[in-house]
Design a protein around this ligand. Sequence first.
Ligand SMILES: Cc1cc2nc3c(=O)[nH]c(=O)nc-3n(C[C@H](O)[C@H](O)[C@H](O)COP(=O)(O)OP(=O)(O)OC[C@H]3O[C@@H](n4cnc5c(N)ncnc54)[C@H](O)[C@@H]3O)c2cc1C
Length: 176
Amino acid sequence: MGVGAVAQTALAAGAGLEIAGPEEGAGIAVDSSLRSSDPAVFAAGDVASAAHPLFGRRLRVEHWANALNGGPAAARAMLGQEVVYDRVPYFFSDQYDLGMEYSGHAVPGSYDHVVVRGDAAKREFIAFWQAPDNRVLAGMNVNVWDVAGSIQQLVRSGRPVDPDRLADPAVPLAEL
Ligand SMILES: Cc1cc2nc3c(=O)[nH]c(=O)nc-3n(C[C@H](O)[C@H](O)[C@H](O)COP(=O)(O)OP(=O)(O)OC[C@H]3O[C@@H](n4cnc5c(N)ncnc54)[C@H](O)[C@@H]3O)c2cc1C
């Protein structure tokens, strides 16, 4: 069964704040400092469709880590500090004996190919979504641990990565 979730934007819309379109998650539209269309109002967490500098578009991220990190970032912006909230989108999920972490953003149409490092049949692998120019847009580690940081560095670097080396477990991720 798949169940969707919708951001509760009625209060914000009633107050005249800009709401993002469905392609941007239909949350409260905020800039990369989490400031809404009213400069005195900020939004963070599930309800915010935030401009993401790495991806050049607004994203709405439904995950605990985003709520945890977005709130303090919004608070710093409220205090007048220079804030660019640019964490690589991330979520984890545990499904019975399958544990996974996903970092990045690769919606259908945005990527060219998927590279698998490891053994998918054994359910121990990392999948990488790559752009046509071989930039890594997202990676998901499945039953492989302590690699999310390296995957996020690959996404953040915006650099092309040779798919053969990406698929080769003998090549350390940190080297890539
Ligand atoms: C079924 C499910 C499973 C999940 N599992 C995980 C997991 O395993 N790990 C993980 O990291 N994340 C998980 N998440 C996601 C995580 O719960 C959310 O990302 C996180 O709770 C978002 O925090 P938030 O503060 O942005 O929003 P919320 O926790 O949704 O808090 C928003 C609050 O605002 C209140 N509110 C809304 N409108 C108004 C209004 N007009 N006036 C006053 N109050 C209002 C709501 O009642 C709510 O209490 C899961 C979510 C769901 C639905």
